[in-house]
Design a protein around this ligand. Structure first.
Ligand code: SF4
Length: 367
């Protein structure tokens, strides 16, 4: 049964909407109350999520980040959804670690195209000692361009987390993927506790945490509840919570899994927003499969961050022009960074949006 089917009358089932939630720092969510949030009528859920969203963010701003794969494929981990795993035969060509100057070139292009954060991902179990000088240099160089920096390199030991923090890394991404109960059906080469340990090493080193998961892998509602419970009950909420919709890549063990009911994805975004009201909830992998209306519902449900650009590590992502056109239709603006004044950069984004408007193909919802 989908969560939609389980929803009945709002008069009887809507959980009490406490304004205390607005402070956003509960870390004691129970399975039953999260399940209740999921199962209420969609309009009630969206209303709660949007109300909290408006209390914490500009509802018409979305943060844009660009993701670059700095080392692709041949990963020793066996994540069943991932085309980069050496265990999955997807025909992906493995590549070596990119040179620092190649990464800088991509970061310059991402900045010119409007990204405010540059995320660099490597398909590793964990970075080796000989890789660290290169990744540290990448962080320093990208940071010096006025971009926020994020990396995802696999598991991190405490000293590696400290080195990255010292180099100026703002965020580290490490997803929990799913609930502890379903996790063993998806990955066997690292444990859930390994992931929690890396996230705590990142926090202890003073970096911001980007952690989320994937839905549509054949998990059930209880697993989606379990994933969000793990994230929301961390001692400090992750600053970024990417919610991915599985991209079924041929050659992975999940390529035939049943399609996710789109409303179940939208509900997951809305519940993430309610549980972690001050986190950026990122509409991440899977956007290529979503039409504009579904993306708009996700923004209404509280998603306020996207990856922007042609590729999302190794799967397609809507082209930047399509995203700009959607922003124009919805009256959405890219979020300005609070910590730096970068008018040239902001001006480039705004000009690109003006250009999209002047094509006169779309309704300008911002007027
Ligand atoms: S998700 Fe990451 S760790 Fe898992 S196989 Fe893919 S690249 Fe490796």
């Amino acid at each position: 049964m989908t969560s939609t089917a389980a929803a009945t009358s709002s008069m009887n089932t809507a959980p009490k909407f406490s304004s205390n939630l607005d402070n956003g720092h509960r870390h004691d969510w129970g399975v039953d109350e999260i399940t209740q949030l999921f199962e209420q009528p969609l309009n009630d859920l969206l209303f709660q999520a949007q109300t909290l969203h408006r209390n914490n963010f500009d509802p018409n701003e979305v943060q844009v980040s660009t993701l670059l794969s700095i080392k692709t494929g041949a990963c020793p981990e066996d994540c069943k959804y991932c085309p980069q795993s050496a265990h999955n035969d997807t025909g992906l060509d493995a590549e070596r670690l990119l040179k620092v100057k190649e990464v800088i070139k991509e970061a310059v292009a991402a900045k010119a195209a409007g990204a405010s954060r540059f995320c660099m991902g490597a398909a590793w179990k964990n970075p080796r000692a000989k890789d660290m000088p290169y990744v540290l240099e990448m962080v320093k160089e990208v940071k010096s361009m006025g971009l926020e920096t994020c990396m995802t390199l696999g598991m991190l030991a405490p000293d590696q987390a400290l080195q990255l923090a010292d180099a100026g890394l703002d965020y580290y991404n490490h997803n929990l993927d799913t609930s502890p109960e379903f996790y063993g059906s998806i990955i066997t080469t690292r444990t859930y506790q390994d992931r929690l340990n890396t996230l705590s090493n990142v926090r202890d080193a003073g970096m911001k945490v980007c952690a989320g998961g994937i839905v549509g892998m054949g998990e059930n509602l209880r697993d989606r509840v379990g994933l969000l419970q793990q994230l929301a009950n961390m001692p400090q909420h992750p600053e970024s919570v990417p919610i991915n919709m599985l991209v079924k890549v041929e050659g992975t063990p999940l390529d035939q899994v049943e399609d996710l009911e789109p409303f179940d994805f939208i509900r997951t975004i809305a519940v993430a927003r309610i549980l972690m009201p001050q986190s950026h909830v990122r509409l991440s992998a899977g956007r290529e499969e979503m039409n504009e209306q579904m993306q708009a519902m996700c923004f209404f449900a509280g998603a306020n961050s996207i990856f922007y650009g042609e590729r999302l590590l190794t799967t397609d992502n809507p082209a930047a022009e399509k995203d700009r056109a959607l922003f124009v239709k919805l009256g959405i603006r890219p979020e300005k960074r609070q910590d730096v004044s970068d008018e040239a950069h902001q001006g480039a984004i705004e000009q690109a949006i003006e250009n999209a408007k002047s094509e006169r193909m779309f309704v300008d919802a911002s007027l």
